[in-house]
Design a binder for this molecule. Structure first.
Ligand code: G5P
Length: 224
């Protein structure tokens, strides 16, 4: 049986985690788990946890660690026989330690994207609130301006993507991510990628994963 492969991708809001994760999952056949997706799912289900989660996600604040580990770890336990990629988890040292107690990661990808690039991307970002689908007016615009591709419902912009709020979010991200990055560096699994365009970073990540997983990558993803 092929060796299992466990990876995570880290990066500030707007750094391209979701975009790159989808390419990795499809090219290398990894199960894809996105913390943001599961949070939005729990909000949509309107459970007790979902109502609590909503108060944090709406303000782009980190959801408490105990809620996150309760949300993510059981899903990982169910995937014990699979290779997977985590997007957006762990985000704090407490989360990373909780994950470590379940399994060791083989690879952590960290995205370093300049602030100005993040600001431009997020100020161009439109969201379908019910599903969490994300569009970018330059990079992946909706087929009809202002409308979700699947439902045709209106898209909205977040107040949190305004420059002042964004600056605070990015500063907070850096503070919280630093010890997590240091931990994975000390374990020898961290690989950092810097750049302003996802399509330029992607070939390097593709190549790294091909080497690590000894599989033939697919060329299918030149654009999202
Ligand atoms: P999420 O869902 O994990 P964020 O805020 O970390 O959300 P976000 O904003 O979804 O991350 P991303 O996944 O890093 O960004 O990037 P993306 O969506 O692929 O790309 C961002 C935009 O840029 C898109 O419009 C994309 O099309 C565009 N784009 C990508 N590449 C390029 C490019 O090369 N050029 C251009 N022009 N555009 C590009 O988490 C949501 C919330 O959940 C909570 C937090 O509240 C968080 O705010 N949360 C957690 N809380 C605690 N612990 C955790 N582990 C948590 N995980 C989530």
């Amino acid at each position: 049986m092929a060796k299992l492969f466990r990876a995570a991708i880290m990066g500030p809001p707007g750094s391209g985690k979701g975009t790159i994760s989808k390419r990795i999952a499809q090219s290398f056949g990894l199960q894809y788990l996105s913390s943001g997706h599961y949070l939005r799912e729990s909000i949509a289900a309107n459970t007790e946890a979902g109502v609590l989660v909503k108060t944090y996600v709406e303000r782009s604040m980190l959801v408490p660690d105990h809620v996150m580990t309760r949300l993510m770890l059981p899903r990982l336990e169910q995937l014990s026989g699979h290779s997977w990629l985590l997007d957006g988890f762990p985000r704090t040292l407490t989360q990373a330690r909780a994950l470590n107690s379940l399994c060791q990661l083989d690879l952590v990808i960290s995205l370093n994207i300049p602030y100005e690039t993040l600001r431009e991307r997020l100020s161009d970002r439109w969201i379908h609130p019910a599903s969490g689908r994300v569009y970018n007016m330059g990079f992946n615009p909706p087929r009809v301006q202002g409308k979700d591709d699947i439902t045709g419902e209106p898209l909205i912009q977040h107040d949190d993507d305004k420059p002042e709020a964004l600056m605070a979010r990015l500063r907070h991200y850096k503070d919280v991510a630093k010890p997590v990055i240091d931990l994975y560096k000390s374990q020898g699994v961290l690989h950092s990628f810097s750049g302003t365009e996802t399509d330029r970073i992607w070939p390097y990540i593709n190549s790294l994963l091909s080497t690590k997983m000894h599989t033939q990558p697919s060329d299918a993803f030149q654009t999202q």
